[in-house]
Design a protein around this ligand. Structure first.
Ligand code: UD1
Ligand code: UDP
Length: 369
């Protein structure tokens, strides 16, 4: 039997981290052949992941432009993906999550009447501007998807509430599969030489569009105050390369003692720094899923999250972006051992590391009924 081609589309760092184990699982499934298409909505941050997982894309649209806006990126991605899907022999298109690449990949597949599989389906805040534009992207993808891979029962129930019952599979999140590739007992990195291992390391990341400007400034001021007042902490801040974020990070946090600004870490470094940190301060989606597995508390720099499982498990607390609140919550988590213990002993609700295999199997069964 000839292998069936499955087009795997991704473009940003988090999609790559979560699709890489699936590419490997599809390769290992007799009867299926993954064809990898990257939009390169991200460039360096995507390439870092491709290198770690040794994935060589079959197609690379190379779309990233500095400071790109949503409309031009969407238009270029739709056109490029449409051409690839129209001229390929793929019988299914797999997209991930809620990015522009994922939405345009699903739309291009629909225009070509190719079935769509949505990995990490069913996440919702039901607020169309938080996260923006991701909340609407995933709703749109959910409308055209033929197969929905929900990471948890909660996300599957959300799809059911939207009358989507057929072809919903609860698989776990592929990010947990990824952690099994990246976490190392022995880990070396140049940044380790700058850090004092007797101090509490706090990993900080921040990039969401709805936090650009005033919310980000407020958080950075709170972080600067903590670093100024306490000599028992070290902040590690790999700065997202978006020019709007780099400028604010340098203005508020650059050149300060106990704050280490650096370029984006490759995924092995990111996961291993997280595993060695005391806790995490972030507005990232993926980090909210990884941290419970690594037993690391997360203060989420958002008012609401589409990852309620981590909040229920006790690992995540949504603290928003108010300057005083962020300062107070950081200090509390540093000083209150009982809260720290409760948050770091919570269990991981995001799966057992076999999500990719379940997805590959479901794709095979869908294509070979
Ligand atoms: C995108 C996704 C967001 C995801 C995030 C993960 C959309 C709308 N947003 O947001 O859902 O959480 O990725 O990080 O799909 N840049 C570089 N090098 C890179 C990557 C980005 O220089 O490798 C800079 C460029 O100036 C680029 C800008 O960052 O124009 C913004 O990138 P973009 O993908 O449009 O948005 P993100 O904020 O990264
Ligand atoms: N990450 C990384 N390098 C960094 C910061 C984060 O590899 O310098 C990883 C992180 O561990 C997680 C993913 O990138 O796996 C999350 O990406 P991001 O926060 O950019 O996007 P989101 O998950 O919010 O969409």
């Amino acid at each position: 039997m000839k292998d069936t081609d499955v087009l795997v589309v991704f473009g940003t760092r988090p999609e790559a981290i979560k699709m890489a184990p699936l590419v490997k699982a599809l390769e290992a499934t007799p009867g299926l052949r993954p064809v990898v298409c990257v939009t390169a909505q991200h460039r360096e941050m995507l390439d870092q992941v491709l290198e770690v997982f040794d994935i060589k894309p079959d197609f690379d649209l190379d779309l990233m432009k500095p400071g790109q806006n949503l409309a031009e990126l969407s238009a270029a991605a739709l056109q490029g993906l449409n051409e690839i899907i129209a001229s390929s022999s793929c019988e299914m298109v797999l997209v991930h999550g809620d990015t522009t690449t994922a939405f345009m990949g699903a739309l291009a597949a629909y225009y070509n009447k190719v079935p769509v599989g949505h990995v990490e389906a069913g996440l919702r805040t039901y607020d169309k501007y938080a996260p923006y534009p991701e909340e609407m992207n995933r709703e749109f993808i959910g409308r055209v998807a033929d197969l929905h891979f929900a990471p948890t029962v909660t996300s599957a129930l959300q799809l059911a509430a939207e009358n989507r019952f057929a072809h919903v599979h609860v698989t776990g999140n592929t990010v947990i599969d990824s952690l099994q590739w990246t976490i190392k007992d022995k880990f070396d990195h140049p940044l380790l030489q700058e850090l004092d291992s007797n101090k509490k390391w706090i990993l900080l990341t921040m990039h969401r569009r709805e936090n650009w400007g005033a919310p980000m400034e407020a958080v950075f001021q709170a972080v600067a105050r903590v670093a100024e007042e306490r000599d028992d902490v070290e902040f590690i801040f790999p700065v997202h390369p978006n020019p709007a974020i780099v400028r604010l990070a340098e203005e508020y946090l650059g050149g300060r003692e106990r704050i280490h600004l650096c370029s984006p870490l490759d995924v092995v470094a990111a996961h291993n720094f997280m595993a060695r940190s005391h806790f995490v301060l972030t507005d990232s989606g993926g980090i909210q899923e990884e941290a419970p597995s690594l037993a690391k508390p997360v203060l989420v720099l958002r008012d609401k999250t589409e990852r309620p499982e981590g909040v229920e498990a006790g690992t995540l607390r949504c603290i928003g972006t108010n300057k005083r609140k962020v300062y107070t919550e950081i200090v509390r988590l540093l000083d209150d051992d009982s809260i720290y213990r409760l948050m770091s002993e919570a269990s991981n609700p995001y799966g057992d590391g076999y999500a990719s295999e379940r997805i590959a199997q479901a794709v095979f069964e869908f294509l070979h009924p």
